[in-house]
Design a protein around this ligand. Structure first.
Ligand SMILES: NC(=O)c1ccc[n+]([C@@H]2O[C@H](COP(=O)([O-])OP(=O)(O)OC[C@H]3O[C@@H](n4cnc5c(N)ncnc54)[C@H](O)[C@@H]3O)[C@@H](O)[C@H]2O)c1
Length: 390
């Protein structure tokens, strides 16, 4: 029998606690919780009480070098994902990083390079990929069932957050702490799904509205326009300041259309190619014959737990990763290009100029206001609000 994979969790706040709790309750086959690390001394003392038999470290480097772990989950604020991740790969550990894999594309490239050099497993927590609605959409697009893509519209404005949320942690909603707003924290899930389902556009134009609905220095609304190599267009609108919000993804192709909303996938399947029909029909106002199908899915279990189990199965038995870390770079390409477009007020051909992005970000970090909030830790497991909300 193989020894279980020994996990360390670095950054044991809201999300890290939920991962640690899931592991300690033996919910992941083939894995055990072996160590914890949090740089907040008060938090570390709490953790020692909650997890009395688990070694706790204040410094991530000490955990990485301790020899106690085979793999780490990094659930710190964003900037440290790649910094700690690169060190962890150098120490020969497998890594599951929280999203986004990095704030800057330059860091994401360095992170992926370190993964390649180490040969260790690399996964990013894009838990929404386990949702069967999106998996089906991907299958329909990638298999060519939907035909050549024409148009993608995603309204994802149900990431509603109050001012209290932004004031609940000193790293939140600042360029120096979080590295961005809705595009860096909430919408990475959707940017990743977009590229996972439809592939990457060739260029992006964006308008990011800073502090439109909250007292924050980063954007709480963003509108992206994109263009694909084949001419297909993208409209992506996200916000944390709208209630009730909408989560509606619509993808139109030459062979039909799919619409995903409220957990249902609606599929209009054309019996022939629209492009051929357009030029072969002898009537001015003709219609293409089609079928309509509604697909409802039974979503069971924790999405985060599924990613974690898949990561372990990948390490133990080479199961393909649902969310490969190298693939997570595309999400960073999209967010960085959107910011750059908004700052430069022009179209950005992907992947965009990462050093120009870095210099803008550097200036924003220098003028960033230090936020001082006493964090209250709730110690809850995986939460309903992290599942796909419709
Ligand atoms: N996948 C998801 O659905 C999901 C949901 C929520 C949060 N997240 C992600 O999880 C990460 C953490 O978010 P959170 O809400 O738990 O934040 P949090 O503020 O609740 O927790 C962060 C913890 O990291 C600790 N920390 C900070 N820097 C550290 C370092 N260098 N070394 C060790 N510990 C460090 C802090 O003391 C704190 O305890 C973020 O990247 C966030 O985007 C993902």
């Amino acid at each position: 029998m193989k020894m279980p994979i020994r996990f360390g969790v670095i950054g044991v706040g809201t999300m890290g606690y939920a991962h640690a709790d899931y592991l300690r309750n033996s919910k992941v086959d083939g894995a055990v919780l072996a160590a914890l690390c949090d740089q907040n001394l008060g938090r570390l003392e709490e953790l020692k009480n909650i997890f009395p038999n688990v070694p706790c470290f204040l410094d991530s480097d000490e955990l990485l070098k301790s020899g106690l772990c085979d793999a780490v989950i990094i659930a710190t604020p964003h900037y440290d994902h790649s910094l700690i991740g690169i060190r962890a790969f150098e120490c020969g550990l497998h890594i599951l990083s929280e999203k986004p894999m990095a704030v800057q594309l330059s860091e994401a490239y360095a992170f992926a390079k370190a993964a390649d050099q180490s040969g260790k497993a690399f996964c990013v927590m894009f838990n929404q990929r386990t949702n069967p609605v999106f998996a089906k959409a991907r299958e329909l697009v990638q298999s060519g069932f939907l035909g050549e893509l024409k148009r993608i519209n995603w309204i994802i404005t149900n990431w509603y957050r109050t001012q209290h949320y932004y004031d609940s942690g000193d790293w939140r909603a600042s360029w120096s702490g979080e590295g961005g707003g809705v595009l860096m924290n909430q919408a990475p899930h959707n940017l990743d799904l977009l590229q996972w389902i439809c592939g990457m556009p060739k260029r992006i134009m964006a308008k990011c509205d800073v502090g439109k609905y909250h007292q924050i220095e980063v954007e709480d609304e963003a509108l992206l326009i994109g263009e694909y190599e084949n001419g297909a267009t993208l409209l992506f609108h996200t916000s944390t300041g709208e209630f009730p919000g909408t989560n509606r993804l619509e993808i139109a192709g030459d062979r039909g259309k799919i619409v995903m909303e409220k957990g249902i996938l609606k599929f209009w399947r054309l019996h022939e190619s629209e492009r051929s029909f357009c030029f072969s029909s002898k009537k001015s106002f003709d219609k293409i014959s089609m079928e309509y199908e509604e697909m409802r899915f039974n979503v069971k279990g924790s999405a985060h737990g599924k990613i974690l189990q898949n990561f372990v199965d990948h390490i133990i038995s080479d199961e393909p990763l649902i969310s490969d870390g190298r693939d997570a770079i595309n999400e960073v390409v999209l967010s960085n290009a959107a910011y750059l477009s908004s700052w430069e007020d022009e179209w950005i051909n992907l992947p965009g100029d990462s050093s120009l992005f870095d210099s803008y970000l550097q200036q924003l970090k220098q003028s960033s206001t230090k936020r001082n909030f006493e964090k209250e830790f709730k110690n809850e497991g995986y939460q309903e609000r992290w599942q796909v909300r419709w």
